[in-house]
Design a protein around this ligand. Structure first.
Ligand code: PEP
Ligand code: MN
Length: 360
């Protein structure tokens, strides 16, 4: 069963908290003590750490399984660790741990995902699948399906953002449209957000966490460390336990709808107007594409290129001026999309014309 009720007994948003890495029994104990008042559903701890560069701290390794599990059991909260191979799965099962996550660098590789899924078959392991580092929804949902096929009943996904090129505000792009589409496809599955790995900076974790709640995620996975500045991995993004408690206290939990009939009627009215505008938008786009087809046939007949750079530059400039009240980046992206479709339609027309020339 993929349904999120397999996870969430109290029907509230789920909280997973804990250090990026379990570094020592002392660090883990102190961190645990600090975060317990937040009443986490699971404690996270990296045992084997996938690091971008060699020579960095790669986790304590299998020996940490014993003491992390023992300390989490004493705290009365189940432990969640990352596994990246069948061997990890065996060791985790042996240590009595029943919750694992699949890291972003593992989800990208179907061989590894399948190896882990096969190793888990027949166990009662709960699995959380982080998105792959690349913004590839099919890889993400494919990985989820592999665990489904392996019979994993407690299954969920974690959105941790996507690698981008160049400097950006966040460490990993949220590209919210991707988890939103995952939600549409797996409507009953638990989908959490990891604001720590998206933000990459402890000052930005709260705003990402709030956004996740406003987008109806089922909960959060947040990194916390008793002394973040001294953390052996992801030190910039980890919160102190106190900062975690403050963040949680400040989060606004909004409702899916209001209990006030007047508010709901007002929303309904606005939605109807939005429907009307969307209908006009779509019909205008259809009108535009019909014109594109006409212009394509003239160009084809008189051997004129599909693209004229000057014209395209002019289109971009004027439309951005006309849409001065909109976000320029949004207008640019929208125009890119419309323009690409216009080019594709004309190219298709050119191809057809050539094909019939040869077959005639
Ligand atoms: C982590 O959670 O510490 C981690 C390594 O995550 P990700 O796979 O999302 O980078
Ligand atoms: Mn981390």
């Amino acid at each position: 069963m993929l349904h999120k009720s397999a996870w969430n007994k109290h029907n509230r948003q789920m909280l997973i908290a804990g250090p990026c890495s379990a570094e020592s029994p002392q660090q883990f104990t102190d961190t645990l003590k600090g975060i317990l008042p937040a009443r986490p559903d699971l404690i996270r701890a990296g045992i084997w750490k996938p690091r971008t560069k060699p020579g960095q701290f790669e986790g304590v390794g299998a020996s940490a399984l014993v003491w992390t599990q023992e300390l989490a059991q004493q705290a009365g909260v189940p432990l969640l660790v990352e596994v990246a191979s069948a061997e990890h799965v065996e060791q985790v099962l042996e240590a009595g741990i029943r919750h694992v996550w699949i890291g972003a660098r593992t989800t990208v590789n179907p061989f590894m995902v399948q190896e882990i899924a096969s190793a888990l078959e027949g166990s009662d392991m709960a699995v959380l699948v982080k998105n792959p580092v690349s913004p590839d929804l099919e890889l993400w949902s494919g990985a989820v399906e592999r665990f489904q096929k392996a019979g994993v009943e407690k299954l969920g996904a974690v959105h941790r953002g996507f690698t981008g090129f160049g400097r950006t505000l966040y460490r990993n792009h949220p590209s919210w449209e991707i988890p939103i589409e995952l939600r549409r496809r797996f409507s009953d599955m638990l989908i959490l957000c990891d604001p720590s790995h998206i933000a990459g900076d402890r000052l930005l974790v709260a705003e990402v966490a709030q956004m996740a709640l406003d987008l109806e995620f089922d909960g959060l996975m947040v990194e916390a460390h008793v002394n973040p500045d001294a953390a052996l991995s992801d030190s910039r993004q980890q919160l102190t336990p106190r900062a975690l408690l403050e963040l949680l206290a400040r989060l606004v939990h909004r409702n899916l709808q209001s209990s006030d009939g007047v508010v709901n009627a007002r929303l309904e009215q606005l939605r109807e107007r939005i429907d009307g505008v969307d209908a006009r938008l779509i019909s205008l786009l259809q009108e535009r594409m019909a014109l594109v087809d006409d212009i394509g046939s003239v160009k084809e007949k008189f051997d004129i290129t599909i693209l004229q750079h000057e014209r395209w530059t002019e289109i971009l400039r004027t439309r951005q001026e006309w849409g001065a009240q909109l976000n320029p980046d949004f207008v640019r992206q929208l125009l890119f999309l419309i323009h690409q479709e216009s080019i594709d339609r004309q190219a298709e027309r050119f191809r057809h014309a050539r094909e019939s020339e040869f077959t005639d």
